[in-house]
Structure formats: structure tokens, C-alpha cells
Design a protein around this ligand. Structure first.
Ligand code: SF4
Length: 413
């Protein structure tokens, strides 16, 4: 490997990390360094949020320890057979960079992943050592997200949870068939086993903290995972079902969906074109429907067409158009679960409706103040002064309520 300075390594290893979508820092406990103790905080003002050229949030220092790897996953730019420029940070370099960026208020924490060098255990040791030095040597109180390696010794993976706010283990692909075809060195059962162990350790950590305040925190931000979308044949329906199984089995905080990007020197088994980014967005919307709107995975799947979520309308509207017999919903009488099914009304709007209707009848104007477009909500609701006669049954309802495609104005404020 040619001698590179820190800046060159950073350019290579931050770029290599951009394919990882999991960059949210939600769900962590609050720490700060008020009173002159420690460095950093997981809350407070002045945190810079940056966006990579493809629009992904990189508010954390998001890097790989190295982009060299002994594995050869077809979809990965860092795979053994890839012809990319390689670089590797030392543990001390990552620690130094994190502290320097943090003190300059460029970042709110560190997201650290790595290709696998020498062995899974060796790589995991290095990742844990970065987090250990930050916490134990420098009293770093900012956010740390560590990617863990499912093949590594469970004790090492456990240590990651003692230092990191959040840990993640990528399932990579939605189906077992996709994993064996595109990442033959990875083992789906091992990945799930590591996630199960992590869930057990997180639960134990929480129990211990409930009993003893002095018990160490263990991955307070929980665990997450990432699925690559569009590299194999898995449909949106397959992905939705798989994600909900993962949430149920391993109590995940988040499943991230990352639209597969064609990479330089791509393997011939990969599709030539990336899936539309909108597909990733629709999957996130369906994820929210299941987590916050009371939809069951099979209901989201029922909203698909041949297994795929429509791209021109959101999944909630797609479901409403397919199951019109559930509408119109009476805004003044329906329960929360039914209100949450109305396209165009979010959880906050529903909360406001439930509060306001205790005091008076809700009118169409009231609902208009809670939504972006009352024209799109109207066919699905009944209010004190509105009932959509035959509107819900119209054959052209989809055209009436689908958002119009607009040419974005480059110079709009
Ligand atoms: S193990 Fe990770 S870094 Fe290595 S090739 Fe597979 S996905 Fe890429």
C-alpha cells in the first residue's frame, strides 16, 4: 500500500463509507461535558450536518478503518477483487481525527465501519480499540456507532456494545438466496445469531441498569441493520416482510435501506442500473407505516403491484386506493387507528384532531389546516360539513389524488 497522508486516507475512507446508509444518531442516551469534564456531547447546538453528493446525511465522521477486505462480496466496492485505491487508518489516527473534528464542531460523533483485514477478530479488535481509547483515555462523550462483524468472537462484539451508543450488523440482502449468490462468504445464520446475541446483551444491560444505577450502559441506542435494495431480485414485498421479521426478532431500532449503486469494475452478476432512489424512499415510508401507523406487513404488501410499491404515490395512498371500502372515515367519530389510515394525515395531525374534537365538531377547513393538500384528503373523509358523495368510487380517483409531477425550479428560494 503506498504511503498516504491523513488527508488522502480520509478522502478514500470517507468516500468508501458513503455506501452505508445508517447514519442516524437517534435513540441514544444524553451525555454532555458541562462542568469541564470530558469531551463532547450527544446533544446541544452547533452540530454540523453534511451531505454527501448523493444526498446522504453524513453528520457523523463516517469512515472506514480500512477499505481493504479479504472477502469478495459482489455488490461492494471494497471487495478483494475491486480495483480501488486502498487505504488504512491506524487506531490512533481515527481517535485523533474524531477528537479534532469534534472540537471544531464539524461532527456530532463517529460512525466507524471497516473492511475485514487479516481476520474478523483482528478487525473487530481494532474497531473496539478506537471506541475504547475515545471513551476510556479521552473521556469522549459524543456519539459512537460501531459496525460489528458477525464472524468475530462474541466477546469482542459484546465489548463493542460497552463503548458504542449504537451497534449494527448488516444483513446486507433481503433474501438468503441473494446473500449466497452475491456474498458467498457470508452466512445468514451467523448474521442472525450475532443479532440475537446482541439483542440479549442489550436486554440484559437494560435490566441491570433498572436494578443497579451503577451498571454499565450497553449500546443505549440499540442495534440497527442495513439492506441493499435492487442488487438482487427481491421485491419490495419481500423486503417489507423481511424488515418486519428483523424488527420483531431482534428489537432493532432501525432497518436502513440502501439503493444499490453500480460501482466501478462491477461484477457481471450485478444489475447494470441502480434502482430509482424513490424506491428506497417508498420503502422508508412503508417502514414508518408499520412502526408508527399500525399497518401490518401484509397490508403494506397488499398495497404493492406485483410485489413492488408504486413509485408515483406513497404506500399509504396506494393502500387507500386499493381498499376503498374502508373509506370515507368520519373525522369526528373514528378511532385513532382509523384516522391514521387516511392518506395525507400524519401522526401529529391525527393527535390534533383527537384533541380538538373533544371540544367541537371538526370541519373541512379545520382538516385543511393540518394537511398539505385538502384536495387529496377530501375523498377519504367525512367532516361536520363535508361528505364525498361517490367520490371514493370514481374510476379516476388515483389521477385526482396523485401528486402532480413538477419540474423543480433550480433558482427557487
Ligand atoms: S465483508 Fe464488507 S467490506 Fe468486505 S467485501 Fe463484503 S461488504 Fe465489502
Amino acid at each position: 500500500m503506498a504511503q498516504l497522508d491523513t488527508r488522502q486516507k480520509l478522502a478514500i475512507l470517507a468516500d468508501a463509507a458513503k455506501y452505508d446508509a445508517s447514519c442516524a444518531s437517534s435513540g441514544s442516551t444524553r451525555r454532555d461535558s458541562r462542568g469541564g469534564k470530558g469531551v463532547g456531547s450527544t446533544e446541544g447546538m452547533g452540530i454540523c450536518h453534511a451531505y454527501a453528493p448523493d444526498g446522504r446525511c453524513i453528520s457523523l465522521l463516517k469512515i472506514l478503518l480500512t477499505n481493504s477486505c479479504i472477502f469478495d462480496c459482489h455488490y461492494c466496492i471494497n471487495r478483494k477483487s475491486s480495483n480501488v485505491r486502498r487505504a488504512r487508518f491506524t487506531v490512533e489516527e481515527v481517535v485523533h481525527l474524531t477528537l479534532s473534528f469534534y472540537k471544531r464542531n464539524y461532527i456530532e460523533g463517529l460512525f466507524l465501519s471497516s473492511g475485514i483485514i487479516r481476520s474478523s477478530n483482528y478487525t473487530m479488535e481494532q474497531l473496539v480499540e478506537v471506541a475504547r481509547q475515545l471513551r476510556d483515555v479521552h473521556d469522549f462523550r459524543g456519539y459512537i456507532h460501531l459496525k460489528t462483524i458477525p464472524d468475530a468472537d462474541p466477546e469482542l462484539v459484546h465489548q463493542a456494545g460497552l463503548y458504542a451508543d449504537r451497534v449494527s450488523i448488516n444483513v446486507e440482502l433481503p433474501t438468503e438466496a441473494g446473500l449466497s449468490r452475491l456474498a458467498p462468504e457470508k452466512d445468514g445464520r451467523r448474521i442472525e445469531g450475532a443479532m440475537r446475541d446482541m439483542k440479549g446483551a442489550i436486554d440484559d444491560g437494560r435490566d441491570a441498569r433498572r436494578k443497579y444505577r451503577s451498571a454499565p450502559k450497553f449500546a443505549p441506542g440499540g442495534q440497527s441493520t442495513q439492506m441493499i435494495v435492487g442488487a438482487d431480485e427481491a421485491s419490495d414485498g419481500d423486503i417489507v416482510v423481511r424488515a418486519s421479521q428483523l424488527y420483531d426478532r431482534f428489537s432493532l431500532r432501525r432497518v436502513y435501506y440502501s439503493a444499490f449503486s453500480p460501482i466501478p469494475d462491477a461484477s457481471a452478476v450485478l444489475p447494470l442500473k441502480r434502482p430509482p432512489l424513490l424506491r428506497e424512499h417508498r420503502l422508508y415510508q412503508s417502514d414508518w407505516l408499520i412502526r408508527f401507523y399500525g399497518f401490518k406487513p401484509k397490508e403494506v404488501v397488499a398495497a404493492t403491484e406485483d410485489g413492488m410499491l408504486p413509485l408515483d404515490i406513497d404506500p399509504k395512498l396506494a393502500w387507500a386506493l386499493k381498499f376503498r371500502e374502508q373509506f370515507p372515515v368520519d373525522i369526528n367519530r373514528a378511532g385513532r387507528e382509523q384516522l391514521l389510515r387516511i392518506p395525507g394525515l400524519g401522526t401529529k395531525a391525527v393527535g390534533r384532531i383527537l384533541t380538538s374534537r373533544r371540544w367541537r365538531k371538526i370541519t373541512l377547513d379545520d382538516v385543511a389546516r393540518l394537511t398539505v393538500s385538502i384536495a387529496r384528503v377530501r375523498p377519504f373523509i367525512v367532516t361536520a360539513d363535508w361528505r364525498p358523495t361517490l367520490l371514493t368510487d370514481r374510476a379516476d380517483l388515483r389521477t385526482l389524488v396523485a401528486p402532480r409531477e413538477q419540474q423543480l425550479n433550480l433558482f427557487a428560494a
